[in-house]
Design a protein around this ligand. Structure first.
Ligand code: KMH
Ligand code: ZN
Length: 273
């Protein structure tokens, strides 16, 4: 089985001022997407910024971003509906109007460092129903073991996504969520509902490598990028997202599970070709 590599290049938490190499403009994002696709990424998880490099969910900007990424790459385009912790539910729902291939959906509220990433059940349900209605492929973001139970409840109550494909991403190592270690990854994977057809994992900060290695050995896929990790190795900051994608591709190849193409990713996730 080949490995789906998702790149999450920007996120909503890091400032451009602190990390100038973070891709925050459309030009930087497109350049990053192209290089990461060439290095083995097949999906991109997108957060955008405004002219002052602050996180935004501005719909026109999101639409322009989707159009530019479609024009310049063949990557599966996933927009974040998580946004920043300060974003309103209405703004997060409106992200779907930008008509991405896929969108993230987080299964529950979680402490997020000193803040709260708020995902109350009625919001999760509304977001999921909208995705189903628009045939936007969900990626279920699981930050904690309780989110696995919430995923089961959501699927049991509201049914499966198009093509009966259920793709999850274990987001590990967030202060307040599940830890990024092998034992927790194994526990989470064992608890996943039978309906899950594929899963990836990402480890925040220093948990990046342990989580990637554990995911590969357990049959999972990989998400990497500067949204999750700003340090390539001790004392060595990431200079460009492509470094993280190249390393993920090397690890996947070593594991005899080389990166999958964007066509294979579309097939896996049931995204229209
Ligand atoms: N920025 C976090 C508050 C997602 O993209 O769906 C939420 C997040 C999850 O990054
Ligand atoms: Zn995100």
């Amino acid at each position: 089985m080949a490995t789906l590599i998702t790149v999450a290049p920007t996120g909503a938490e890091t400032s451009k001022e602190a990390v100038p190499q973070l891709p925050t403009t459309l030009e930087e994002l497109v350049e990053t997407a192209r290089r990461c696709e060439a290095a083995g990424a097949a999906m991109i998880h997108v957060h955008i910024r405004d002219d002052e490099h602050r996180p935004t969910l501005d719909l026109a900007r999101l639409r322009d971003t989707v159009a530019a990424l479609r024009q310049e790459t063949t990557l599966v385009i996933q927009l974040s509906t998580g946004g920043a912790v300060t974003d309103s539910y209405a703004d997060r729902l409106r992200v779907l109007d930008a008509e991405p291939d896929s969108a993230s959906i987080t299964l529950g509220t979680v402490n997020f460092g000193d803040e709260i990433f708020s995902n109350p059940w009625p919001f999760v349900v509304e977001l999921y129903k909208e995705m189903l209605a628009r045939r936007i492929v969900p990626e279920f973001e699981l930050f904690d073991l309780g989110h696995v139970a919430a995923l089961r409840r959501l699927l049991d109550t509201y049914g499966l996504p198009p093509g009966d494909r259920v793709h999850c991403d274990l987001v590990m190592g967030v202060p307040g969520g599940m830890p990024g270690d092998t034992a927790t990854l194994v526990a989470a994977v064992q608890a996943l509902p039978d309906a899950v057809t594929s899963w990836s994992a990402t480890g925040i900060g220093r948990t990046t490598l342990p989580v990637a290695l554990a995911a590969l050995s357990c049959g999972g896929h990989l998400r990497v990028g500067m949204e999750d990790t700003l340090t390539f190795a001790k004392g060595r900051p990431v200079q460009h997202n492509v470094e993280l994608v190249e390393r993920a591709a090397q690890l996947a190849t070593l594991a005899q599970r080389p990166p999958m193409s964007t066509d294979e990713a579309r097939e896996l996730l049931h995204v229209a070709q």
